[in-house]
Write a protein that binds this ligand. Structure first.
Ligand code: NAP
Length: 303
């Protein structure tokens, strides 16, 4: 199937283009980006122009930051195209609900992807936790924003989500592997004095689960989740890629290269089956953190 990729930035070039190139399902037929291009692929700067010029492209994959996402997604859906969304699927819950309605009315696929759910050890963790009672859990998601998001000012603008941009990956794993749903009970959000999105956050959730997200980590980076249950302990390390049971290695592989091929395989399946997949549960926890969170002003941040 022909596909157009929209928003040619870091993740499009690092992950989407290699996954599409390696897939037998997909042909990257066009790009839409104000500056970015992919060699040998027809490039547009406005999505409306691409939709008008290329009626032969049935699928659009959006790698834009969350704020400009809705306008592009709704234009593609209204033009009868199937749409795949990078995480988080939008800047607000209500706009994604609206996309869902448009997709249903148009009879096309909408897929809200959560790439971290495809990490190597996530499925095994979900199987192990099924039927066990969670007594407590601790998520530590600490990374260096200058290393992973160099110069991306949008991430600290309103709607950019700040530290929840990586933190929502942890929440996407959490909401996928827990046998029972959690909800947020309290949060503290650290906002740099010169920015409109938090640089760090601490969350408390039901089932004794807490989360510590921080964008200021220097040195080793940490993407860990640890759970105590009535039947032993489980840890996921390296962003869901490595599994430990009762403190011992229990499988996985420390690479993220399988995540995007799995997302595109799922999109092909959804389009062929005429189905959609929309799960907003990770984003509900983030929205609740902004609703319930106590705001703390911290020192200004510059890239
Ligand atoms: P990025 O490098 O800033 O790329 C996004 C691209 O979108 C930009 O290069 C820009 O290309 C285009 N764009 C259009 N309107 C824009 C606007 N108003 N502000 C900024 N850019 C705009 O960002 P990214 O890291 O690829 O992240 C994009 C999405 O992927 C985010 O939702 C993020 O959460 C997700 N993601 C990122 C990573 C990662 O490691 N970076 C991993 C997984 C998922 P033009 O200037 O050419 O239009």
């Amino acid at each position: 199937m022909k596909l157009a990729l929209v928003g040619i930035g870091k993740i499009a070039l690092d992950q989407h283009v290699p996954a599409l190139t390696a897939s037998a399902d997909w042909e990257l037929a066009a790009t839409v980006s104000r500056n970015g291009t992919v060699e040998g692929v027809e490039a547009f700067t406005r999505i409306e122009d691409m939709l008008a010029a290329r009626p032969d492209i049935p699928v659009v994959s959006l790698c834009l930051p969350p704020v400009p996402r809705f306008a592009a997604a709704s234009a593609a859906l209204r033009a009868g195209r199937h749409v795949m969304l990078e995480k988080p699927p939008g800047a607000s819950l209500s706009e994604v609900h609206e996309l869902q309605t448009i997709a249903r009315d148009q009879g096309v696929t909408l897929y809200t992807t959560w790439h971290s759910r495809q990490a190597h050890a996530v499925a095994a963790a979900r199987r192990w936790l099924a039927g066990r009672r969670i007594d407590s859990g601790r998520i530590t998601w600490r990374e260096d924003v200058r290393k992973w998001h160099p110069g991306q000012d949008w991430i600290f603008a309103a709607g950019g989500m700040g530290v929840f941009d990586p933190g929502i990956n942890a929440l996407s794993i959490l909401t996928h592997i827990l046998p029972r749903p959690v909800h947020l009970t309290a949060a503290e959000l650290d906002f740099p004095a010169n920015r409109d999105a938090p640089i760090a956050a601490r969350l408390a959730m039901t089932q004794g689960i807490s989360a510590d997200f921080d964008f200021r980590q220097q040195g080793p980076q940490t993407w860990d989740m640890e759970f105590q249950t009535d039947g032993g302990s489980l840890a996921l390390r390296m962003g869901g890629n490595l599994l430990e049971i009762d403190g011992q290695p229990a499988g996985g592989e420390d690479t993220i290269m399988g995540e995007y091929p799995a997302l595109y395989a799922r999109m092909a399946e959804l389009v062929r089956g005429g189905a959609s997949e929309v799960d907003l549960s990770p984003m509900v926890l983030v929205a609740d953190a902004f609703t319930l969170g106590r705001r703390i002003t911290v020192e200004p941040f510059e890239f």
